[in-house]
Ligand binder design. Structure first.
Ligand SMILES: [Zn+2]
Length: 82
């Protein structure tokens, strides 16, 4: 199983799009509508959709879809600081 960050860019975007549709564009944590941008231009926006591991990889979490969700950049960064 390949790590998420080693995925080809297109494959990673496909995962992001699938999660985005499943969550109807809402952040899994704050529920705000997230932005998604194929070209990566929006990646500096606080509400940009980022792939989050429900169980952190360092805690044994996998890259399977069941362990992935989309959160906005703001929430994801907040989580990392804790
Ligand atoms: Zn959020």
């Amino acid at each position: 199983m390949s790590a998420l960050h080693q995925m080809p860019r297109g494959q990673r975007m496909a995962v992001r799009l699938r999660l985005y549709r499943k969550q109807e564009g809402c952040c899994a944590l704050c529920g705000e509508i997230m932005l998604i941008e194929v070209a990566g231009v929006q990646s500096l926006m606080p509400r940009f959709a980022t792939i989050d591991h429900i169980t952190e990889r360092r805690n044994g979490g996998s890259d399977k879809n069941t362990n992935l969700r989309l959160t906005c950049k703001k929430c994801n960064e907040g989580r990392d600081q804790t």
